[in-house]
Design a protein around this ligand. Structure first.
Ligand SMILES: Cc1cc2nc3c(=O)[nH]c(=O)nc-3n(C[C@H](O)[C@H](O)[C@H](O)COP(=O)(O)OP(=O)(O)OC[C@H]3O[C@@H](n4cnc5c(N)ncnc54)[C@H](O)[C@@H]3O)c2cc1C
Ligand code: SF4
Length: 537
């Protein structure tokens, strides 16, 4: 949004609560301790949140339990665990730790209500978004296959050729072929050739730890420097927005924030755009209640925070007999879209996708093998390390999550942050339909691994028994009807005409495992065009 507006010579003030990251100093991939930590969080780069009552586990799905070969079953209470909301507060947001997948929505998954009586329809169709996907792909430098998924019409080729699958992924690809499934090169915001002053990927597998080579198209390496270079965008890091003040005539008057030195500041502008992510955006809007908006900003329909969609996710890892050096790969280099259509899985509404995920599972170095694969101590342990290192392959499955009344974000009634603002509380629930989809995802992942030549399942992580969300959506839904949505088709508040929301909270449905960042970027560019053309907003 900042790039699209500033390149149209509209002045932008970008307030980011977290710090800026310097990949060369802050990321650890070239340091001895690189594997001891996941993403190297700096001070103030993790948000606080709490959970409502978690659901009792349905024993019929007990074979979905998270376990690994060394520790056994990880969650033993019978109640779903409060895991993690994977995010980074920092310039570039969660794309700093993302895997670089750059997906377009399946057009069918944008019509869930009219076609499948579930979730909600997007207020426009795929064709409307297509030109903006092309712009986002150019800025990010997406590498993708020439023969893409036929469902997703594209008017321009990917800017870069696809990555060649790693040796480990080629085993998965061959195994899938035996099952009649089709794994193709994934479209990745990871450079396959030099592009825009950045070098190509070296396949170190460290994408979720922060990419030091800067070939991963995180927002801090792509849109933000380009926005600042226009001279029309001012970036202020370490500035936590604490409230948005409403004024008369259904217009937002000002924004309050605590700056990096701890001083309280207030600014105003013609337009306010909220882009805090699907958990922090509803929190900020709900916390910004006042005389003009007693139930929270933009909450006239009571829909702010509702329709929260988490990531329905499973990652299964198995040991192969062959020495694959499977740690040498970019994240998710191949993907299978065969079951991505909302009606692709028998007796289930909502699709899914499968991808190679050895790097995402963290099997990138010896420490993870020592902790998760090789048991015991001393000589026996060393022997197991020698036998197994580089032999694990992993398959990830991500599926549609359908909104339900028990899944929503609200304000924690007791806990507050340092500024005295209530933190977000995550209330989330897997329905039977979600669990049936998860069953298909997990059973198919196992079949893929066995068909690829892997023997023993070494680890299984699933969202059945622990909330572990990297993709979150839906809490400020776009829609045509102000009674059941928060925003119109241009991500503009139905009531507050100078307030826009641009992040994953606007999604009316999650899609069948499509990664969301490219869609968020395309939506932002489209909305910026609308703002530039409509001077009256
Ligand atoms: C491990 C992992 C892997 C992933 N892989 C992929 C992938 O391969 N492809 C993909 O498309 N997606 C991936 N994702 C998801 C993707 O990163 C997110 O969906 C995306 O970044 C969400 O964008 P957003 O703008 O909604 O929120 P965010 O990226 O979280 O950005 C929100 C920003 O707002 C700031 N903020 C919040 N509150 C305030 C406030 N009050 N004042 C000022 N600033 C504030 C935050 O600090 C943050 O920088 C992954 C996520 C994780 C965790
Ligand atoms: S695999 Fe490529 S994109 Fe990922 S961290 Fe390494 S160099 Fe960067």
């Amino acid at each position: 949004m900042a790039w699209a507006l500033s390149s149209k010579k509209i002045k932008v003030l970008l307030l980011e609560s977290g710090p800026a990251y310097d990949p060369f100093k802050d990321y650890l991939l070239d340091k001895p301790q690189w594997e001891q930590t996941d993403f190297p969080y700096k001070a103030n780069s993790k948000g606080k949140y709490s959970f409502g009552q978690m659901q009792e586990l349905d024993k019929r799905f007990a074979d979905f339990e998270t376990f690994n070969h060394v520790l056994g079953k990880l969650f033993k209470t019978g109640i779903r665990a409060t895991g993690t909301y994977g995010h980074v507060k920092g310039v570039g947001g969660t794309t700093l730790m993302y895997s670089g997948e750059a997906h377009r929505m399946n057009p069918e998954a944008m019509k869930m209500k009219s076609r499948f009586q579930a979730a909600a329809d997007w207020p426009f169709d795929y064709k409307e978004l297509e030109p903006y996907y092309c712009i986002a792909e150019q800025i990010v430098g997406v590498a993708g296959p020439t023969a893409d998924d036929a469902k997703r019409y594209r008017s321009k080729p990917y800017p870069l050729p696809p990555h060649r699958p790693s040796y480990g992924s080629s085993k998965i690809q061959a195994g899938c072929r035996k099952l009649g499934m089709n794994f193709v090169s994934n479209s990745l915001g990871i450079l396959s050739a030099p592009y825009d002053g950045r070098p190509p990927c070296n396949y170190c597998g460290g994408c979720n730890r922060g990419c030091q080579r800067t070939d991963k198209g995180s927002v801090d390496r792509t849109f933000i420097p380009k926005a600042v270079a226009t001279g029309y965008c001012t970036l202020r890091a370490g500035c936590q927005v604490t409230g948005i003040e409403a004024g008369d005539n259904d217009r937002i008057k000002s924004v309050s924030y605590v700056d990096s030195k701890g001083n309280i500041q207030q600014v105003s502008g013609r337009i306010v755009v909220v882009s805090c992510g699907a958990i922090e955006t509803p929190r900020l809007l709900l916390a910004s209640s006042g005389r003009h908006a007693p139930d929270g900003l933009c909450n006239e329909s009571g829909m702010v925070g509702k329709n929260f969609m988490e990531t329905l996710y499973a990652i299964t890892s198995a040991l192969h007999d062959e020495r694959l050096a499977s740690y040498r790969a970019a994240s998710a280099d191949i993907i299978c879209w065969d079951y991505n259509n909302p009606d692709a899985i028998k007796d289930v509404i909502g699709g899914c996708r499968f991808s190679a995920a050895t790097a995402e599972a963290g099997f990138a170095g010896p420490l993870n093998y020592a902790l998760r694969v090789a048991k015991g101590w001393g000589k026996g342990h060393k022997e197991q390390m020698r036998q197994t290192f580089g032999n694990v392959i992993s398959v990830a499955a991500i599926g549609e999550f359908l909104p339900n009344t028990k899944s929503y974000i609200d304000l924690d009634p007791a806990a507050k942050d340092a500024s005295g603002i209530p933190i977000a509380r995550i209330n989330t629930y897997n329905t039977e339909m979600d669990l049936m989809r998860l069953r298909f995802m997990m059973e198919t992942s196992r079949q893929i691994l066995f068909s690829s030549g892997a023997g023993k399942i070494i680890e299984q992580i699933s969202t059945y028994d622990s909330f572990t969300s990297s993709h979150v959506f839906g809490t400020c839904r776009m829609g045509k009807d102000s009674r059941d949505s928060v925003l119109n088709a241009y991500c503009q508040s139905h009531r507050w005409k100078n307030l826009f929301v641009v992040d994953a909270s606007v999604f009316p449905s999650s899609g069948g495992g499509e990664s969301p960042s490219l869609t968020i970027e395309a939506l932002a560019i489209r909305t910026a065009g609308y703002i530039a053309e409509n001077k009256s907003t």
